[in-house]
Ligand binder design. Structure first.
Ligand code: SAH
Ligand code: SF4
Ligand code: F3S
Length: 472
């Protein structure tokens, strides 16, 4: 097929772009017998993983197969994350390495999408310094991927499409899920919270909740297809519905999904403490399909730092929530995110964080050293504590958490719990308890994707071992 200058490309509908891309690859020599291959690599959080599943759904419709090997690919697409500098550095490093592939296989199209390229300065840097990248598109135009890909393949110019307005939620984008029994289900997009350190609201836009009936239809479809675990996704799931007129809030949504007949587990992430209400905990207590686990990022145990972070709660309010949840839902486990070394944090502030960690007893923690993000208010604050000191605090915190997790693991020995049998490792299986704790068990691959009763028999540091007593 002849290449056409971009400005003469007529606007088509999505289905037509999909058909034309399919025809383009089929018309290549050998294209009638071999599929074009895409290598899709995902960085960042579950929202990005879910977006990539939709990208793969669109690619499958366009006739693509998939490869783990970028050397074999006709299309290499990185779905990127901007949350910390380290995440961006990794992407830049790995994109740089694609230059030699492009030199050897000039027909390979290299594309970048996701949160990182949604930032103006990053899109500009790619435009100027990475000429072998042919397609860049932001988080708000995912649904236009077939059109943008078509333009990049047929036009003579590189395609950069990173508008910063969200637009309405687009439904019915095809999806190719990575898992056969665990599924991601986005219930809302964006974030309104503007925590002062965080880039997410800038790259993901304002909160937009999906229609509850669409969510319920998707959940019913997943249950029908045999999925055993559905994780509801949003940057701030528990503010679900606040931006819409339908009157269904997050507790109501959970109840409705819980009412879908079938044996499945409901998880959700991420919740914000300022929007975690007693009604939410009461609802979880009533809903037998909702996991006995809550991921509730606290970020800091110091009120002074929480205020500087614009988190909207105090440590006392956070601890009160934990206490209420534990009384309403016996056995519920908590995990959290925490940042060390926010600008201006003192040893005293950090001690308050350690104290909060001790008081709550999280089963696991996602720990981060503060990373300045261009354009955020925190990046303009004085940050006098040297990195070596922050690193030492970080180590102190992870050591404490390991101790807590080990003690918790030891307390689980002798208990029997229901679990979902997950991946088969090297000679063992993994059973994930409702509390989101993983137990190593023996068993054959036929148990994978089934619920089972698991007796916990041993604990080595934080790794639990056990045996399956019954497949359910
Ligand atoms: N919406 C979720 C997750 C946001 S990103 C929430 O509010 O919890 C996941 C985690 O990354 C955050 O909870 C925070 O702990 C961490 N994080 C975000 N921005 C960061 C930054 N600039 N530096 C270090 N950690 C950061
Ligand atoms: Fe970032 Fe805060 Fe929004 Fe989470 S709630 S995505 S940390 S701004
Ligand atoms: Fe990263 Fe974007 Fe998620 S910045 S953490 S991929 S929302």
């Amino acid at each position: 097929m002849q290449k056409t200058p971009k400005d003469t490309l007529a606007k088509l509908d999505t289905g037509q772009y999909i058909e034309r891309i399919r025809a383009f690859y089929q018309s290549r020599p050998g294209g009638d017998i071999s599929l074009p291959l895409a290598h899709v690599r995902t960085y960042g959080c579950q929202q990005n993983v879910s977006d990539s599943e939709h990208i793969k759904g669109m690619l499958a419709q366009m006739g693509f197969g998939f490869t783990e090997d970028p050397e074999q690919a006709d299309l290499i697409l990185f779905n990127t994350c901007a949350v910390r500098e380290h995440a961006e550095d990794r992407v830049f490093g790995n994109v740089g390495a694609l230059k030699s592939i492009k030199n050897r296989r000039p027909h390979t199209l290299i594309a970048l999408c996701g949160c990182m390229v949604q930032q103006e300065h990053v899109a500009q840097k790619i435009k100027n310094s990475y000429p072998f990248v042919g397609l860049v598109f932001g988080t708000h135009v995912l649904h236009r991927f077939p059109e943008l890909l078509y333009n990049a393949l047929m036009g003579q110019k590189r395609v950069f499409e990173t508008p910063d307005h969200e637009g309405a939620i687009v439904e019915d984008i095809p999806v190719q899920r990575d898992g056969k029994f665990k599924a991601w289900l986005s219930v809302m997009y964006g974030c309104n919270n503007f925590c002062t350190y965080c880039i997410v609201p800038y790259v993901r836009g304002r909160e937009r909740s999906r229609d509850p009936d669409r969510i319920l239809d998707e959940a019913r479809g997943l249950v029908r297809d045999g999925y055993r675990e559905i994780t509801l996704l949003g940057q701030n799931v528990n503010s679900y519905g606040r931006d819409a007129a339908h009157g269904v809030d997050f507790p109501e949504l959970l109840s409705r999904i819980n009412d879908i007949p079938g044996d499945f587990l409901i998880r959700f992430m991420t919740s914000h403490p300022k929007d975690a209400t007693k009604r939410l905990f009461d609802t979880i207590a009533r809903c037998e399909k909702v996991a006995r686990h809550f991921h509730l990022p606290f970020q800091s145990g110091s009120n002074r730092i929480l205020k500087a972070m614009n988190r909207g709660y105090t440590r006392e309010q956070y601890l009160e929530l934990i206490e209420y949840a534990r009384s309403a839902i016996p056995g519920i486990s908590f995990t959290s995110d925490v940042i060390v070394g926010f600008p201006g944090e003192t040893r005293e502030d950090f001690d308050r964080t350690l104290d909060l960690i001790r008081r709550v007893g999280f089963t696991s923690l996602f720990t981060f050293i503060y990373s300045p993000r261009k354009g955020t208010p925190a990046s303009r604050l004085d940050d006098p504590v040297p990195m070596e000191e922050k690193t030492a605090w970080f180590k102190e915190m992870t050591d404490l958490q390991e101790e807590i997790a080990a003690a918790h693991s030891a307390s689980m020995v002798g208990k029997t719990r229901r679990a979902l049998i997950e991946g088969a490792g090297d000679g063992f299986l993994e059973a994930r308890l409702s509390e989101n704790i993983v137990v190593r068990v023996e068993g054959g691959p036929d148990a994978v994707g089934r619920f089972a009763m698991v007796e916990i028999t041993g604990a080595r540091s934080w790794i639990l071992t056990g045996r399956i007593t019954e497949i359910l």
